[in-house]
Design a protein around this ligand. Structure first.
Ligand SMILES: [Zn+2]
Length: 508
């Protein structure tokens, strides 16, 4: 058995209440010591919420470790329990001991392996994803809103304003501006107008009132693209598109569905007429994914049709022919490079197993420790529930007044709701945490295969997920991966980075 010391600390009242109390830390560390064959030599606790502030015990621990060279292991819950500042870091480092950050499943000092360093990298990525998942929860809230017919978008289109009704922002007809979209639809449906002549007609009739109030449309000028956007908007007949899906709105329509459909036919006809023009609006594969490696500008796509009738897609810098010497590059050239890169980087099965194992350990530990927090929340909730019941009895027995009961029960009920919310968020985020780990690995492993066999839109989705800010220079794509794929691929390309070979200087 390896001799070790435990270090425990709480620094704020909030930590104490959120399940990081000294007893909770103690329980965790003792269980860990037992499971991993550590013999606890001594336990040190600093409770900084007590009157006697400072870290007396920390100093004592350092003294013990200095004087007893056979003890060189510290078990602590997580990084911020042990270190308060850089100085603490240096003190521990100079002791030359090994620190086990139990909750983070990490080792600092002598015993740290590249495996542990790697798990740390992955965990950072997972932590970032955890945050993203919380915003995902927000998005889900918006979805519910959309299903109830409430427009979840920010600024409403011209002709509507947002008003708060019973706590929900609701679309209302903008009386000063509603004639603009109505007339636009009516005129355009006749088929006698182009977008240009329609703009003129609208302006001549004084229908265009520029507005930029906070809750109004920010329509300031009338351009062809604006006109197109208005005429294509489902909102005007009562539905709306949100997140690529159609919803039935709860707002009042300005026009009928028939009129809207008529306008779509005219628009489609006019757009087909212009289809031979050199630009078009096809969803180009690498749109928005590349920047110019010379000047940093966005790379745009354009389709060209050769006299033979063959179509080519080219990507070029937006400063092309001006301040940038980069030439246009054929889409196929870029496509081939990306495919080769993704295929070349397929992660070997062995590496996958290795990572999965490390991740599993890390996540299991996370679960045991977080269970404490959840249990704490649940017991707090049960306690409140009991108190509420008792108070109800007291009220019936006239021990307390009705006013007192009402005031208190409202307070408690609110707190119970808050706790419920916290508990459920925990559960959801936890599930995401687990799924995400295995998903990213699966994706990393199969990226090349998936890319080769995907449809255009699937390819786009895949690239958006994997790549960030890649550059195009002299016909070559400099591919940059998003986190954590950068780490995974970097590791995978280290040929001798394998189980049991921990120290490879090229693979930190
Ligand atoms: Zn450029």
């Amino acid at each position: 058995m390896t001799p070790a010391v435990l270090y425990l600390r709480v620094s704020s009242k909030r930590q104490k209440e959120e399940g990081y109390s000294i007893p909770a830390q103690k329980k965790l560390l003792r269980e860990y010591a037992k499971a991993n064959d550590f013999k606890i030599v001594k336990e040190f606790e600093d409770d900084e919420t007590a009157k006697n502030t400072g870290r007396k015990e920390f100093g004592e621990m350092v003294k013990l470790l200095k004087n007893n060279k056979e003890v060189n292991t510290i078990l602590v819950e997580k990084t911020d329990r042990l270190y308060r500042n850089h100085k603490d870091y240096v003190v521990i480092d100079e002791l030359g001991v090994t620190v086990f950050l139990v909750k983070e499943n990490e080792v600092i000092g002598k015993g740290a392996s590249s495996h542990q360093k790697f798990v740390h990298d992955i965990k950072l990525a997972v932590a970032k994803n955890y945050i993203d998942n919380l915003s995902e929860e927000v998005r889900k809230g918006q979805k519910t809103k959309a299903e109830q017919g409430f427009y979840p978008g920010g600024v409403p289109p011209v002709g509507y304003i947002l008003e708060r009704v019973e706590g929900k922002s609701t679309l209302k007809i903008d009386k000063t501006n509603k004639q603009l979209p109505i007339k636009m639809f009516e005129y355009y449906a006749t088929g006698r107008y182009s977008l240009d002549s329609l703009i003129k007609k609208i302006k001549d009739e004084g229908l265009f009132i520029p507005s930029n109030f906070p809750h109004h449309s920010t329509l300031k000028t009338l351009a062809k693209s604006t006109m197109n956007r208005i005429l294509r908007n489902h909102l005007y007949y009562g539905a709306f598109m949100w997140n690529k899906k159609m919803y039935q709105g709860s707002h009042k329509p300005l026009i009928t569905k028939e009129l809207w459909s008529k306008v779509q036919k005219v628009l489609n006809k006019q757009e087909n007429r212009g289809a031979e023009s050199k630009y078009n609006t096809l969803p180009f594969l690498f749109k928005g994914l590349l920047t110019c490696g010379e000047c940093g500008r966005t790379i745009t796509a354009e389709k060209k049709i050769k006299p033979s009738g063959k179509e080519y897609v080219y990507y070029r810098c937006t400063k092309f022919n001006k301040n940038c010497s980069q030439k246009a590059v054929n889409e196929k050239v870029i496509d081939k490079q990306i495919e080769d890169r993704l295929t070349g980087l397929e992660v070997p099965e062995e590496t996958i197993d290795y990572i999965t194992e490390g991740l599993k350990q890390s996540l299991n530990l996370k679960r045991t420790t977080e269970d404490y927090t959840r249990k704490n929340l649940e017991s707090r909730k049960n306690k409140l529930q009991d108190q509420l019941d008792t108070m109800y009895e007291d009220k019936l027995n006239k021990i307390i007044t009705l006013e007192f009961y009402q005031k208190k029960s409202e307070e408690y009920s609110q707190e119970i709701l808050d706790l419920d919310d916290k508990i459920s968020r925990y559960t959801r985020a936890d599930i995401n945490f687990y799924n995400f780990g295995s998903k990213i690995l699966e994706l990393a492993k199969r990226a090349g295969f998936l890319y080769k066999n995907a449809t255009l839109s699937e390819r786009q989705e895949l690239l958006n997920f994997l790549l960030s800010n890649s550059k195009l220079k002299d016909g070559k794509v400099l591919i940059l991966f998003k986190k954590p794929f950068d780490t995974i691929y970097q590791r995978a390309s280290c040929s001798d980075w394998r189980r049991g070979r921990d120290s490879n200087p090229r693979c930190p």
